[in-house]
Design a protein around this ligand. Structure first.
Ligand SMILES: [Mn+2]
Length: 335
């Protein structure tokens, strides 16, 4: 019998997350092939920022089971804790062999076959895109943090490294938590919760220092619970950092949405300067060596056009200049 698989996501109101969740699910139901009808669970895990009834109705219409379960009581001002707390809960209550956590800011374009983890693997994941707080080893300024974290998570073997997908740095295993598949019985999600609860003092708010705790805690937890050969590295089309497409080495770059399984980016995030071009349009218009004429590219553009405010006159004028072939050429060649 094939192993059962369920998908888990987090939805909150009060920002872009609702819109992101709706697009993610819409694209999943449209393009995820044999997973198209798979069970998707959405949770709101903090008080406040309730998901609107309109969004709940839309999620329900797409066969998503949405629930409010207040799990994040210790860190009401640290939204990133939602993820490990929710994943641990899902691991306890959802009866499936494989659980896949999906960030809301993903868009799917084809069947994510690699989510069906081979029995040889306990977890499927992608390396982080950029080094950021990562450590290259003993001489790295971030090394102290990782040694402290390893002590908390119980990491014994210190020889686990990955190469970041965009800036290509060899660093201590640091994976991106936007797309994570786990074999439920391995207990990785529950252990992740334990790690973050030891790392983060109750009541902590988000700071520059603790911004990556959630993701590094997952990485250390995976290192503590698995041997290297039990971790499956998803191929490049998974969790594709579309905003960094132009900065990626050619070996990691893909040329169209037809080749990509899912992209990862905040396409609904507004720019601070509202008179400037729209974020999503800039992301999608400036992709180097990318096929803009495929049906999937059109599908995404149409969806975003429809679900974003109409451009103001100033934006429209600005965009006409920014995205004109000549200006685009000049700006893109400067990176
Ligand atoms: Mn994300």
């Amino acid at each position: 019998m094939p192993e059962s698989i369920a998908f888990v996501m987090c939805t909150e109101g009060g920002g872009q997350l609702e819109q992101e969740s709706l697009l993610m699910v819409k694209s999943f139901r449209e393009f995820a092939g044999s997973f198209q009808y798979a069970q998707i669970y959405s949770f709101q895990v903090r008080e406040g920022n309730d998901v609107s009834q309109e969004t709940i109705d839309k999620l329900t219409a797409m066969d998503v089971k949405h629930q409010k379960v207040v799990l994040n009581t210790k860190y009401p001002n640290y939204p990133l804790a939602n993820k490990p707390l929710l994943c641990a809960y899902a691991e306890q209550v959802i009866d499936a062999d494989i659980l896949v956590f999906l960030d809301s800011d993903l868009v799917f374009f084809s069947e994510p076959q690699e989510f069906r983890l081979h029995p040889d693997y306990d977890v499927g994941i992608r390396p982080e895109h950029h080094k950021m707080i990562g450590s290259k080893g003993a001489a790295d300024p971030n090394e102290n943090y990782w040694m402290w974290l390893y002590g908390i998570a119980g990491v014994k073997a210190l020889d686990r490294f990955v190469t970041t997908t965009v800036d290509q740095q060899r660093i201590r295993a640091f994976w991106n938590s936007g797309v994570v598949a786990v074999r439920r019985k391995s207990g990785i999600f529950t252990a992740w919760k334990n790690t973050i609860e030891q790392l983060l003092p109750e009541g902590a708010g988000i700071t520059k220092e603790n911004w990556y705790y959630e993701q590094s805690a997952l990485s250390a937890t995976i290192c503590a619970l698995t041997s290297p050969e039990r971790v499956f590295n998803f191929t490049v089309g998974y969790n594709y950092p579309i905003h960094s497409h132009n900065a990626m080495p050619l070996t990691e770059r893909l040329g169209s949405f037809e080749e990509i399984v899912c992209i990862h980016d905040h396409l609904f995030r507004p720019r601070k300067e509202r008179y400037r071009e729209r974020t999503w349009l800039k992301t999608l218009k400036w992709l180097n060596s990318f096929n803009f004429s495929t049906p999937k590219y059109q599908w995404l553009c149409n969806y975003l056009h429809e679900h974003n405010p109409k451009p103001t006159f100033v934006q429209q004028t600005f965009e006409a200049v920014m995205f004109s072939p000549v200006v685009k050429q000049i700006l893109m060649s400067r990176g």
